[in-house]
Design a protein around this ligand. Structure first.
Ligand code: UDP
Length: 323
């Protein structure tokens, strides 16, 4: 069996990637410090409890498992938190990746597929956003990830590593077989919060901003199913193996949904009314974030299989009902 290291494999996107890797015949070796990850989501391979900042321990893991590639999801992901505690974001995300790259080099592993983000673009100058859009992040979270892309470029030039930077738009939904899903604490994302309101686990959903320059006045996002994201990671590995060219690709659907449209989808799929109230805009939220993912589809042969808004919502509802 071929091993792959999955940092953050006990988290949301990482655990879905582990499942896809196992389905494709790889052994996903999760490296996670369980700070925000969940032991119970590590189901498809061994768990090494290890902090990515611990280069010595990482080097020992590379020595033991001799992985073909690294899938790198470990990191902090809350924009608001990154504004209040930038030091944590640059330490865990940026310095953590430096530690990982160093361990990879010591272990002779030369391929990394990295969980980047649309937040590296900052405020969109045009929509949909393609990969040529300038990268000018407006918060430390986006900056911490952009620095990682830059580090991978430099390591590639100097040391020959091959990398894929996959810039996600709004990861959402859950494994259709309900074996893994989103377990964020605190939960700040729109779709789970609407579902909690529909299931009566919270009083209501607050609509952050009603006066955006969008068709219904609420903010528009590109929601992409987490299983489709995971499949793009495997395709990126195959592509790095076959032609060795670094990849920088957006992962989204190209379709945007407003906050009100997502609420309607949850009402349609659950058959329950969602209590909603207007609230002020959330700081730093652009009106519209939609991906042009033509490059990912053409370069990787990536196809979206689960990313209709109703399937995203339906799989997420089943997951949250179970958990
Ligand atoms: N949003 C909202 N109410 C909430 C949470 C989010 O109206 O309780 C909006 C948010 O302003 C954004 C969209 O929903 O326009 C998606 O937010 P989320 O936090 O899920 O993802 P982000 O786009 O920030 O990565």
């Amino acid at each position: 069996m071929t091993n792959c290291i999955v940092t953050g494999g006990a988290g949301y996107v990482g655990s879905h990637c582990c499942k896809e890797l196992a389905k494709a015949g790889y052994t996903p070796v999760t490296v996670d410090n369980l700070f925000r990850g969940h032991r119970e989501l590590v189901k498809w391979g061994p768990l090494c409890e290890c902090d990515v900042l611990d280069t010595e321990r990482l080097a020992a893991i590379f020595e033991e498992y001799k992985p073909e590639a690294v899938f790198h999801f470990a990191g902090l992901t809350y924009v608001g938190e990154s504004v209040e505690h930038p030091e944590d974001y640059y330490r865990v995300n940026t310095a953590g990746t430096l530690s990982l790259l160093s361990a990879m080099m010591r272990g002779g592993c030369d391929k990394i597929i990295f969980s980047s983000t649309a937040a590296t673009y900052g405020n969109p100058l045009y929509t949909p956003i393609d990969e040529k859009h300038p990268q000018s992040p407006i918060n430390p979270y986006g900056a911490s990830k952009l620095f990682i892309e830059r580090m991978m470029e430099d390591f590639s030039a100097a040391h020959g590593i091959k990398f894929a930077a996959l810039r996600y738009f709004n990861a959402s939904g859950a494994d259709p077989e309900c074996e893994t899903g989103e377990l964020h604490d605190p939960e700040t994302h729109l779709i789970p919060l609407i579902i909690f309101a529909a299931l009566g686990r919270r009083a209501d959903i607050k609509i952050f901003g009603r006066n955006y320059d969008t068709p219904d006045g609420t903010a528009v996002r590109d929601y992409v199913h987490v299983t489709d994201l995971a499949s793009a990671h495997l395709k990126a590995l195959e592509k790095l193996k076959s032609d060795g060219k670094n990849l920088k690709l957006n992962l989204g659907t190209g379709s945007g949904y407003s906050v009100l449209e997502v609420i309607k989808s949850v009402e349609r799929v659950s058959g329950k009314k969602v209590p909603a109230h207007d609230a002020p805009r959330r700081a730093g939220d652009p009106p519209v974030l939609v991906a042009d993912s033509t490059a990912a589809q053409q370069t990787l042969g990536w196809q979206l299989k689960h990313s209709s808004i109703d399937e995203i919502v339906e799989t997420a509802i089943r997951w949250h009902e179970k958990n």
